[in-house]
Ligand binder design. Sequence first.
Ligand SMILES: NC(=O)c1ccc[n+]([C@@H]2O[C@H](COP(=O)([O-])OP(=O)(O)OC[C@H]3O[C@@H](n4cnc5c(N)ncnc54)[C@H](O)[C@@H]3O)[C@@H](O)[C@H]2O)c1
Length: 165
Amino acid sequence: MINLNESRRRILVTGGAGFLGSHLVDRLLGQGHEVLCLDNLFTGSKRNIEHLHSHPRFEFIRHDVTFPLYVEVDEIYNLACPASPVHYQHDPIQTTKTAVHGAINMLGLAKRLKCKILQASTSEVYGDPSVHPQTEDYWGNVNPIALVFSPLPPFKISGSDLTFV
Ligand SMILES: NC(=O)c1ccc[n+]([C@@H]2O[C@H](COP(=O)([O-])OP(=O)(O)OC[C@H]3O[C@@H](n4cnc5c(N)ncnc54)[C@H](O)[C@@H]3O)[C@@H](O)[C@H]2O)c1
């Protein structure tokens, strides 16, 4: 979390019209920051951010993270990705692109701007876990030949791994 004593920052929140993203946007604005909220509105909704429409430090960009983005910010929170199975299994190719290309694009932006980035992972990376709650040292229980193709576990792992490169 941001230190309240830090000066105002310009912060990019991808997936900012989603469930977690919209609350994060509220929190960051409440802390006095400027927020650039990016979303393609696949599962998110303008309703989640409509109360911010005329906020002087809020800006919305309708954009897909699988495409490059050129903006100037001080920090990035990359939350853009469908989170529930019904949504991420709806279009596995697009989910894969979002988790991998989206992470690559946002990491590239962070590299160019030399800024901090937070990459959202998911407990889905543990597959069908035998340990609850999952700890950072648990390696998971993923079925690579599952009958229902689930794009989120392998590709969220890729997005998270890229963050460590
Ligand atoms: N909700 C949870 O319990 C939970 C737990 C762990 C991790 N996460 C992760 O946190 C993030 C947010 O989850 P959420 O629950 O708020 O989900 P959500 O579906 O409400 O929000 C995701 C947002 O990303 C947007 N989005 C999807 N694909 C996009 C793309 N290609 N380009 C731009 N925007 C795109 C959607 O429109 C939506 O607004 C996800 O990455 C998810 O995997 C969520």
